[in-house]
Design a binder for this molecule. Structure first.
Ligand SMILES: [Cu+2]
Length: 115
């Protein structure tokens, strides 16, 4: 199983103050969050992580996927992710990041990074 760590440059963080109360408990419960790529979908489609934390993307489909974010402040692209591989991405800046797959444009998830 291939494991790669990608660190975000995170030049511009979008500080979102409003959602912090709601997601505070979730963030703690989901330390070490995993999002799987399964059935041409990200599952779960939403996740919350504290700033500096990681989300691991694991491909459980029998074909390749990609994970990238076009969101300002969190732009990254892990390239082709082979079946049965996983990639951990660190999110440094608080904000909300859209996650997509270049191979399957309908695949989409939202990562909320809290303080
Ligand atoms: Cu895909």
């Amino acid at each position: 199983m291939r494991k790669v760590t990608v660190t975000l440059a995170a030049l511009l963080g979008l500080a979102l103050g409003g959602a912090s109360g709601l997601y505070a408990h979730l963030a703690e419960a989901q330390a070490g969050t995993v999002i799987v790529q399964q059935g041409i979908a990200f599952k779960p489609g939403k996740a919350t992580v504290k700033a500096g934390g990681q989300i691991t993307f694991r491909n459980e489909d029998p074909f390749g996927h990609n994970v990238y974010s076009p969101s300002k402040g969190g732009i990254f692209d892990i390239g082709l992710q082979a079946p049965d591989s996983e990639t951990a991405v660190a999110f440094k800046e608080p904000g909300e990041y859209i996650i997509q797959c270049r191979i399957h444009p309908k695949m989409r998830a939202v990562i909320t990074v809290t303080q």
